[in-house]
Design a protein around this ligand. Structure first.
Ligand code: AP5
Length: 217
């Protein structure tokens, strides 16, 4: 089963992908995570995309399609792939179709996570992650059990925030979503691959809705 999680910044794509990886043995392919890893390791690609990402603009199609192609060719997944943050443009959607057929696979569903802009600001500004294991948190909705200590790896005082999680960059990210990515909703609806879940519900309830949608495939 290969699926796309689509939704604006902060809709909960990464949060739900992590659950699907744990529960269904799927592999998460997040272009945002791949680009951040390139920045952390200081590669030429990482340096090239740093400013674009910090401003909240989209990285070129050529770069992200190349990253996904590399992963699809080198990864094996028993449960299938979760595309998180990809595709974000119609050109990327067409490229994904071609890449999947090249590796003998197909797309099974596109899950659209709907959330209003007011909730997104709250989610993005309250988000933080563990700098050691990458586990994700939220100040209000998903706080660590012991303040300052990572529930997942036990590290203390290693929490960090993303450089693009501020109101200015979020405005640009939202504009990019509405201008370049939201046309994909109509594209996948017309292909009868789109399923909607209410991303405003609790993390657990959204997860339940996604499982229900996937069980119908
Ligand atoms: P990317 O990393 O993909 O960021 P994004 O799409 O903006 O999405 P986020 O990771 O911010 O949000 P999310 O939906 O995963 O939410 P999360 O689960 O963390 O991309 C970053 C940048 O990379 C882009 O701006 C661009 O520059 C570049 N890029 C990446 N892919 C690209 C592409 N394909 N083409 C071109 N450029 C690309 O949740 C957010 C917070 O809310 C968390 O704290 C979480 O705990 C909390 N939360 C989650 N669900 C709930 C809930 N149901 N209730 C309450 N709180 C919740």
């Amino acid at each position: 089963m290969n699926i796309i999680l689509i939704g604006p910044p902060g809709a909960g794509k990464g949060t739900q992908a992590a659950t699907l990886v744990a529960d269904l043995d799927m592999v998460q392919l997040s272009t945002g995570d791949m680009l951040r890893a390139a920045r952390t390791s200081g590669t030429e690609l990482g340096q090239m995309v740093a400013g674009v990402m910090d401003r909240g603009e989209l990285v070129t199609d050529e770069i992200v399609i190349g990253l996904i192609e590399e992963q699809l060719i080198s990864s094996t997944s028993l449960g299938g792939f979760i595309f998180d943050g990809f595709p974000r443009t119609l050109a990327q959607a067409d490229a994904l179709n071609d890449l999947l057929s090249k590796v003998g696979q197909k797309l099974d569903a596109v899950i659209q996570m709907t959330v209003d802009d007011e909730a997104l600001v709250k989610r993005i500004t309250g988000r933080f992650t563990c700098g050691v294991c990458g586990h994700g948190y939220h100040e209000e909705f998903k706080a660590p059990i012991i303040k300052g200590k990572c529930d997942s790896c036990g590290e203390v005082g290693a929490f960090k925030k993303r450089a693009d999680d501020n109101e200015d960059a979020l405005k640009t990210r939202l504009m990019a979503y509405y201008k370049d990515t939201s046309p994909l909703i109509g594209y996948y609806y017309a292909k009868e691959q789109l399923q909607q879940v209410n991303g405003l519900n609790s993390i657990e309830k959204v997860g339940g809705e996604i499982s229900k949608a996937l069980s119908k495939i």
